[in-house]
Design a protein around this ligand. Structure first.
Ligand code: NDP
Length: 295
C-alpha cells in the first residue's frame, strides 16, 4: 500500500452490488484501486482483476487520497468511518460518500467530517449498477465545488453524467429523495396494478405492451407540469382534479372488490378530494403538490 497517495489512487469502502460496480469501473480505467468490505470475501473477483484488498477499513483509507464510500445507509457509513483509527486515517483525505440516505444525515456527517479535518463531498447515484462505467450512469454531488473539481478526473472514470448541485451538502440527498419518491411510488403502483390485473384474469405479459404507453406519457408530462408548478398556474383545462379523483375512485373500488388493499390509491384520492374541498377542483392534478406543501 502506498504511503504517498497520488491522485490516481482510489479506495472503495463497501462492496455490495454498487460498490463492486464502482470499484470495477475504477479498475477498468487503470486506477490503483484498494477495496474493503465489512464481510470478507466479497472482493474476490475484484482482486482477480487487480484490486488491492485491505484487511481493515483504516488500512484501506490509508492507501489512497480519495475514499469512495457506498454502503446501505449512513448508519453503516458511521459504523465504518467514525471509529477512531479510521477517522484518524481519514484526516486530510477526501471522502466521496455515494451512499443513499436523507439530507439531514448528509449534513450531520459533513459536520463530523469538518470537525475531524476530513474533506467531504456527498453524492448520489441515480442509475442501476449495470450503468456504471457506461454513458448511462447518472451521478449527483453536493458540497465543496473545489473537491468535485479536484477529484473530477477519477470520478469521471465512473462514466455517464456528473452534476454538481451546489455547496449545500444535503442537496444531492434531497434530489435523491425526490427522485426515489417518484420511482418507488411508481413501482408500488406497478405492483398494485399487476395484482388488480391478475384478479381480472390479465397476466403481467398481456399488460406489458400497454404499460409502455403509460410510461411514455410520464416523462413529457413531468416536464410540462414542472412549468405549471414553478409558475403557480396548475392549468386543469384538459383534465381537472375532479376528473382525476373520479378515475382514482374506480381503481379503489375495483381493487377492494377483489379484496386487494387500495391504501396507496386511497391516499392519493384523499389528496385530490382535499384539493377539491379547498376550491381547486377546476385545477390540474399537480395542484396537489402545492396543497401537500401547505402548513
Ligand atoms: P446495499 O444497499 O445492500 O449495501 C450493501 C453494502 O452495505 C455491503 O457492502 C454491506 O456490507 C454494507 N453494510 C451494510 N451494513 C453495514 C454496516 N453496519 N457496517 C458496514 N457495512 C455495512 O447494496 P448496494 O451496493 O446495491 O447499494 C449501496 C448504496 O448504493 C445504497 O445506498 C443504495 O441505495 C445505492 N444505490 C444502489 C443502486 C443499485 O442498483 N444497487 C442504484 C443506486 C444507488 P456486508 O457485505 O458486510 O453486508
Amino acid at each position: 500500500m502506498s504511503a504517498h497517495p497520488v491522485p490516481s489512487d482510489v479506495t472503495v469502502l463497501g462492496l455490495g452490488p454498487m460498490g463492486r460496480a464502482l470499484a470495477g469501473a475504477f479498475l477498468d480505467a487503470g486506477l490503483r484501486t484498494t477495496v474493503w468490505n465489512r464481510t470478507p470475501g466479497r472482493d474476490r473477483e475484484l482482486v482477480e482483476r487487480g484490486a488491492l484488498s485491505a484487511p481493515t477499513a483504516a488500512e484501506a483509507v490509508a492507501a489512497s487520497g480519495l475514499i469512495v464510500v457506498c454502503v446501505v445507509n449512513y448508519d453503516a457509513v458511521d459504523a465504518i468511518l467514525r471509529p477512531e483509527r479510521v477517522a484518524g486515517a481519514l484526516h486530510g483525505r477526501t471522502v466521496v460518500n455515494l451512499t443513499a440516505d436523507t439530507p439531514d444525515r448528509a449534513r450531520a456527517l459533513a459536520a463530523w467530517a469538518g470537525e475531524h479535518g476530513i474533506r467531504y463531498l456527498d453524492g448520489a447515484i441515480m442509475t442501476p449498477t449495470t450503468t456504471i462505467g457506461t454513458p448511462d450512469a447518472v451521478f449527483l454531488y453536493s458540497g465543496p465545488e473545489e473537491l468535485r473539481r479536484e477529484h473530477r478526473p477519477v470520478l469521471d472514470t465512473l462514466g455517464g453524467t456528473h452534476t454538481h448541485l451546489g455547496e449545500d451538502i444535503g442537496r444531492a440527498a434531497a434530489y435523491d429523495i425526490a427522485l426515489l419518491d417518484i420511482f418507488w411510488t411508481a413501482m408500488a403502483g406497478y405492483a398494485h396494478a399487476l395484482a388488480v390485473a391478475k384478479a381480472e384474469g390479465i397476466t403481467a405479459r398481456e399488460l406489458a405492451p400497454f404499460t409502455q404507453g403509460i410510461g411514455a406519457i410520464l416523462s413529457p408530462t413531468f416536464q410540462e407540469l414542472a412549468e405549471d408548478v414553478d409558475s403557480g398556474t396548475y392549468s386543469g383545462e384538459e383534465n381537472p382534479i375532479t376528473s382525476s379523483a373520479s378515475s382514482m375512485a374506480h381503481i379503489v373500488h375495483t381493487s377492494e372488490a377483489h379484496g386487494i388493499d387500495a391504501g396507496v390509491m386511497r391516499a392519493a384520492e384523499g389528496w385530490a378530494r382535499r384539493a377539491i374541498g379547498l376550491g381547486h377542483g377546476g385545477d390540474g392534478f399537480i395542484r396537489i403538490a402545492e396543497v401537500l406543501g401547505r402548513h
